[in-house]
Design a protein around this ligand. Sequence first.
Ligand code: A2P
Length: 280
Amino acid sequence: MMSTPSSLAPTVTLGNGVAMPRLGLGTWPMDDAEAARVVARALDMGYRLIDTAENYRNERGVGEGLRASGVPREQVFVTTKFNKQWHSVEGVQQACDASLQRLGLDYVDLLLVHWPNPDQDRYVEAFQGMVRLLEAGKVRAIGTSNFKPAHLQRLFDLGLAPHVNQIHLDPYHGRSDVVQVHRERGIVTESWSPLGRAGAMLQEPAILAAAERHGRTAAQVVLRWHTQQGYVPIPKSADPLRLQQNLDSFGFTLSDEEMAAISALDRVNPAMLDSDVFGH
Ligand code: A2P
C-alpha cells in the first residue's frame, strides 16, 4: 500500500535530458529478502532512485520490492551495474538482459560499468556495448563507476562520455581530481558510501557543529554537503527512521563556511579501493 510521501528528492537532468533523482537508496550489502522489504518501504516513503548491481546479488529482491510498493515503475529510477566478465559489446547485451530478467523489468534507467578493471582493458568495449543498449531503449542512461580521470579519458578520446560516474566520495574522500573532470564534461557525480559507512566521520566537530546549528543530524549534514555540490548520494540504510532522515536532508542550506569546513576534512591518500588494481 502506498502512503503519501512526505518529500521527494528534486532531480538533476542528465546530458541526454533524462531526469535523475538527486538522492537515492544504496542496497549493498542487502540480500534479496532485505532488499525486497527495504526497497518497498523506501519507495512508499518517497525514495525514487534505487541502486543495485549484479555483484550485490539482490536484483531479484529489488524487483520484488518495486512491485510490492505502490509506486508506478515509470516514477522510479533504477540503476544496476555489471561485472568484468561481460566487458565486450556482445557481453554487455547479455549482462543487461540477465539483470532485466532478475529485476523483472523491461528497461533500467541507468546501467553502469561497475569497475574499469584496466588489467583486462576491455572497459571501452563495454561502454560501446552500452551505447547499443541505449539505442535499443533497454537503458535510459549509461555510465561508469569507479572510473579515474585516465579511464574516462579513454572514452573521451573516442567521443564518448558517461552520463554519470559513481565514485567513492565523502568528506574524507573529496576526489577533486575526478570531480573536476566531471564538471568540465557535464558528467553527474554520484557518491557511493556517502556517509563514510557511518563511522568516525559522523563524529567530526565540523559536521557536528553544523548539525547543531541547523537542528539536523550529522548524516543529514553530510548528505546536504553532497547535494549542495550537485552530487547524487546513495546512502544505504535498512532502518526506517534513518531512511526517512536521509531522504529529508534537502530542507536546509549549509553556509559557505560550513561547506568549506566539511570539505577541509578531505584526506591526502585516504584508505580506499584502488580501481587500477581492484575490480570484479
Ligand atoms: P543502517 O542500515 O543500520 O541504517 P554508507 O551509505 O556511507 O555506506 O553508510 C551505510 C551505513 O550507514 C550503514 O551501516 C547504515 O546502517 C548507516 N546509516 C545509514 N543512514 C544513517 C544515518 N542517517 N545515521 C547513522 N547511520 C546511518
